[in-house]
Structure formats: structure tokens, C-alpha cells
Design a protein around this ligand. Structure first.
Ligand SMILES: [Zn+2]
Length: 284
């Protein structure tokens, strides 16, 4: 199995980092987790053909994770006859894809007509199978085992109705990867890591709220941040307890404190630690 960090930024545009997206490839089948800015071009830069994308797994609906989903679906279909792409994601995924297709309806209609006239494959990228994920197994490529668990990110302390975030574990070719989206420490993440994992791809935003002078027990800003994102010390402990063999940190804002994060993570985590860069490729 090959893992590629396609995009490692958070929301802010950065010249050296595209938006959140991870590709896993095994025997020619490609699963993409999240479809952030530039995902299709990054696949090509990584030597992965977008036509090989069988599945897209969406962790949550923050715009940096889904803004190029239409482009990815289109590029997966462009000029070829193929099986429908499966898109799995939180509640609301069906409506999200339906609205994307409606938004691009004129383009879709024009391509059906024009491609048919040219004798080219005239199936269109609206041939998408959407699954709204439940905790447990998720359909994936043949011989892959994909599992989803609900995790905490973006839903608290506000209690936004219908908001759900997912983390995914993917096992293929005897290797295992967990992509946890932007989640903070969550029971669902711990369950996905049970039994150990080769790689955990995890978002981390800071070395610690206290380094910003914020106090979780008092400051509203700190409570908000704590509800959204992982604490590096807790994450390091979890990764150590669960025998994460390689922890890959991603989802960076501008000028992240990587040394500070490394120092806090390494207090308890003794496995391999990497800070992701775009197109970092890990052969498993
Ligand atoms: Zn997010």
C-alpha cells in the first residue's frame, strides 16, 4: 500500500501546501480521503491517475476538506468508461453531492451531448454512488477493509444540528492506515487504533493552548479551541498506548510551531514522527 499526503494545509491558502487530502493506493485502486484545494492536480503530481479513484471518503464538511470534490469526481470520470465513484461521508452527503451536480447541470448536459457526438464515452460524472456513513464497516475497493467511527471535531460546544465528523481506518495489502480528519482526542479514534496501526494521519494545530496564554478552564477561546482540535500531549499518549508505528501530523496553518509540537508529542510517544509536506509518500 502507498500513502500520499496530497495536501497538508488547513484553510488559509499557502503556496507550498494544497488543501487537506490523502490518497491510499493498493494494486491500482485509489481511495482519497477528503477533497481539499487542488486534490486532482496533486494526484497527478504524485503519479496517481484520477481515473483510478474508486472511493472518496469525506471526514466532515468544513470547506477546506470538500471544496474540490466536484473537480475530483469530474477528473475521475473524464474521457473514460468506468464504474461509478463511491462517495462516503457524514449525514448530508447525499444532499451535498446532489447540490454539486445541480450546480454543474449545464456542464454535465453539454458534455453528454458533445461527447456522444464525438463518439466518446458519454457517461457523466453524475454517476456517483453516495453512502452516508454509519459507525462500522464502509464499502470500499475489493479486498480492502474500511471502517468508520464518529469523532469529535466541530460539533461542540455549539451543538450544531446534524454535524458529524468521521475518522476512517483502511486496511489493505496487510497494512493499516487511520486518517482522522481534524478530530480532537475521541473515543472513536481510540477504537480505530485498537490493535495497533502502521500510520495515523492526524491534524494538529498547536503545541499547546497554554503556549498561547489560554486556559481551558476559563477562557472561552480556549474552550472553543479545545473542543475542536487535539491536544498534543493527549495525542502523544494515545499514539503510544495504541502502538501507532508512524504518526504523521498534518493540516497546518501558516508558520506552524513544529518544534514545539514535536517536543510535546515526544514526551510520551516514542514511535516514528513526521510532519507532513505536500506529496510526502509512504510505502507500506
Ligand atoms: Zn475541520
Amino acid at each position: 500500500m502507498r500513502l500520499v499526503l496530497l495536501g497538508t494545509a488547513a484553510l488559509s491558502p499557502q503556496p507550498e501546501r494544497m488543501g487537506p487530502a490523502v490518497a491510499l493506493e493498493n494494486e491500482g485502486r485509489i481511495v482519497v480521503v477528503d477533497a481539499g484545494r487542488g486534490v486532482s492536480a496533486q494526484l497527478v503530481r504524485a503519479g496517481l491517475d484520477p481515473h483510478g479513484v474508486t472511493d472518496v471518503l469525506v471526514t466532515h464538511f468544513h470547506i477546506d476538506h470538500v471544496c474540490d470534490l466536484a473537480d475530483l469526481l469530474y477528473c475521475a470520470w473524464h474521457y473514460v468508461e468506468r464504474d461509478p465513484v463511491r462517495v462516503a461521508g457524514p449525514p448530508g452527503m447525499e444532499d451535498f453531492v446532489e447540490r454539486l451536480l445541480a450546480l454543474h447541470a449545464l456542464d454535465i448536459r453539454s458534455r453528454v451531448v458533445e461527447f456522444a457526438a464525438l463518439g466518446k464515452p458519454a457517461r457523466v460524472w453524475d454517476d456517483v454512488r453516495v453512502v452516508e456513513v454509519e459507525p462500522g464497516p464502509v464499502e470500499g475497493p475489493q479486498d480492502w477493509h474500511v471502517r468508520a467511527e464518529r469523532v469529535e471535531h466541530g460539533d461542540s460546544p455549539y451543538g450544531i444540528p446534524g454535524w458529524t465528523a468521521w475518522a476512517y481506518r483502511l486496511d489493505a495489502g496487510g497494512r493499516s492506515v487511520v486518517v482522522s480528519g481534524d478530530c480532537r482526542q475521541s473515543p472513536g479514534l481510540a477504537r480505530l487504533l485498537d490493535g495497533g496501526v502502521d500510520v495515523l494521519v492526524q491534524s494538529l494545530n498547536w503545541a499547546g493552548l497554554d503556549s498561547w496564554g489560554l486556559d481551558v478552564s476559563g477562557d472561552w477561546d480556549a474552550r472553543f479551541a479545545d473542543a475542536l482540535f487535539a491536544d498534543p500531549q493527549v495525542l502523544g499518549r494515545l499514539a503510544q498506548e495504541k502502538r501507532v508505528r508512524h504518526l504523521v501530523i498534518t493540516h497546518f496553518g501558516v508558520d506552524p510551531d513544529l518544534d514545539g509540537m514535536a517536543e510535546v508529542l515526544s514526551r510520551e510517544y516514542t514511535g516514528r514522527l513526521s510532519f507532513a509536506e505536500d506529496l510526502m509518500s509512504i510505502q507500506l
